[in-house]
Ligand binder design. Structure first.
Ligand SMILES: Cc1cc2nc3c(=O)[nH]c(=O)nc-3n(C[C@H](O)[C@H](O)[C@H](O)COP(=O)(O)OP(=O)(O)OC[C@H]3O[C@@H](n4cnc5c(N)ncnc54)[C@H](O)[C@@H]3O)c2cc1C
Length: 494
């Protein structure tokens, strides 16, 4: 184990991408095994010293930014086990928390498998993606990280190590009562309601739930994930992708609706239209992209990036099906793009990923932080949410963009203030969006988690009673109250 006490040596552990500032930290512990994690936590519990778990710091909401105490960094828990095949062609592999997502994805492909979760930021650690239940553009087809985790090794704050295979420790109604490796685990699940959308805020809670799901998405507040077994699919033959441009937003939205209907009707099909990813760019996003990619068509008011799995026999027929749908929905067939080579596919990915970087350049010129939403709403409320965005933003003085995972009704609305005053005004509008999304049965966070930045919105979503219900479970697993202080809950609540 490495222990760093000199602040100059651990500056890179004090932030993530939220811009939040860290409090005083007395040291960074970098264990190399679950046993060392257990020892660190046991001693910290005895001292009552707060512990913030650090993944790779790509989080956007400040979960790994410590308020005080010590940091437990997972960098050296970085081993991947042997890839195991099942008779049906799927697979499974054990992976430690500090393995990079991109390493797991690449090694899975090299071994003939696909690890389906694909958050855009591939430099996240697997532990971080499990702790935040990360998702990405392919979650339209494959769901969020949760679906792919089949076993977790978690260390509780008193040093107890729990190995939790999926399916083994399940609540009876609202009650858990299991003996796990000699420790009795008995509690009532939090009495909170879950929105019926992709969701990454607060603890998972559902009658009859699996204990593993409580720890997935708990953002380092219930235990330290040291290792996981994850499920793998057989490596697909190939994907093809396209970027379709539309002159009217209403036509684009009708196109998305048709793609979703067809994809639901043809799950997993390699012969019928069936999207893996569906991503949206609004007019203002295209304005940013045009600065770098002048080939972006002038008459486009919005665009959709899509991806579909196929094989060499079905590719041509599928290209035709997508093209017909574009024409039927009054898209711009002459100006839209299909990737017909690996180089073009890479270009589409570059085009899609360039937007956040272009936005960040704009922000750093103005020296202000963006106001960024992570809201998702139920499918039948999506057009209402879009109308709310336009009602507040169309006539506003702000520069703004909306883009993201339209397949899951999950868009990132970004207000890009040009001054501190605009930042304050933008925050008020953002609050309106949160209020409307909650009224529509949505979530404050579909993928980034609550962290520290979104605690006030978690209070709006769950209310005082809902947060207290989750805090009750947190106290059960972390009686010393040392893990992830200030994350998910207001510090004063614990
Ligand atoms: C450009 C960009 C694009 C992004 N795109 C996406 C996207 O498409 N989808 C998405 O979901 N997210 C996205 N993110 C957010 C981020 O990448 C994810 O939240 C990611 O899962 C964080 O992983 P990390 O290892 O960096 O965790 P960190 O930022 O280090 O930590 C995140 C939280 O998890 C906790 N934690 C970390 N490791 C453990 C562990 N082993 N045990 C217990 N708790 C732990 C931390 O305490 C903290 O609360 C994006 C971020 C950026 C900067």
């Amino acid at each position: 184990m490495i222990v760093k006490r000199n602040p100059d040596e651990f500056l890179n552990y004090l932030n993530d991408t939220s811009g939040l500032k860290a409090g005083p930290v007395s040291g960074v512990y970098i264990p190399e095994s679950t046993e060392e994690v257990s020892e660190i936590l046991k001693q910290a519990s005895e001292r009552g010293e707060p512990v913030t778990v650090s993944g790779n710091g790509t989080g956007t909401t400040g979960g790994r930014v410590p308020n005080s105490g010590i940091i437990l960094a997972t960098d050296r828990l970085n081993r991947i086990g042997r890839f195991m095949s099942h008779p049906d062609g799927t697979g499974e592999v054990s992976v430690q928390a500090g393995v990079l997502l991109k390493t797991l994805q690449t090694e899975a492909l090299e071994n003939g498998f696909l690890y389906p979760p694909d958050p855009t930021e591939r430099n996240a650690f697997i532990g971080g993606t499990i702790a935040t239940n990360a998702s990405g553009s392919r979650s339209f087809r494959y769901g969020a990280t949760r679906r792919w985790v089949s076993e977790l090794t978690v260390v509780l704050s008193d040093g107890t190590v729990l190995i939790i295979p999926r399916g083994q420790y399940v609540a009876s109604g609202n009650e858990f009562d299991s003996s796990i490796q000699g420790r009795r685990v008995r509690f009532t699940i939090p009495d909170i309601s879950m929105p019926g959308v992709k969701h990454a805020a607060g603890y998972f809670s559902e009658p009859g739930m699996d204990l593993i799901d409580l720890f997935i998405g708990s953002e380092g507040t219930l235990g330290v994930i040291t290792e996981a077994k994850v499920k793998l699919l057989p490596k697909p033959s190939r994907f093809f992708s396209g970027i379709f441009f539309f002159p009217e937003e209403q036509d684009l939205l009708a196109f998305v609706s048709s793609v979703k209907t067809e994809s639901v009707a043809n799950p997993g099909s390699l012969t019928r239209l069936n999207a893996t990813s569906l991503e949206y760019f609004d007019l203002n996003s295209l304005g940013f992209l045009k600065e770098k990619y002048p080939q972006t068509p002038d008459q486009a008011k919005g665009a959709i990036y899509f991806e579909q799995e196929c094989n060499p026999e079905t590719e041509d027929g599928l290209l035709e099906a997508w093209f017909d749908l574009l024409v039927r929905h009054n898209g711009l067939p002459e100006s839209s793009w299909f990737a017909q080579s690996a180089r073009e596919e890479d270009f589409f990915k570059e085009y899609r990923h360039a937007l956040p970087a272009l936005i960040n350049e704009f922000l750093s010129k103005n020296g202000v932080r963006k106001i960024s939403s992570d809201i998702a709403v139920p499918e039948n409320k999506f057009s209402e949410m879009m109308a709310v965005y336009h009602r507040f933003l169309d006539e506003s003085p702000f520069k703004w963009v909306i883009f993201g995972h339209i397949g899951d009704q999950h868009l990132h609305m970004n207000i890009l203030p040009r001054s501190a005053e605009e930042h304050d005004q933008g925050k008020l509008i953002y609050l309106e969006f949160i209020r409307e999304a909650l009224k529509l049965g949505g979530t404050i966070s579909a993928e980034h988690g609550v962290g520290k930045l979104k605690v006030p919105y978690a209070e709006m979503m769950f209310g005082d009673s809902g947060l207290k219900e989750m805090a009750r479970v947190k106290r059960y697993f972390d009686p010393a109250g040392i893990l992830g202080r200030g994350t998910v809950f207001p510090e004063k609540m614990l």
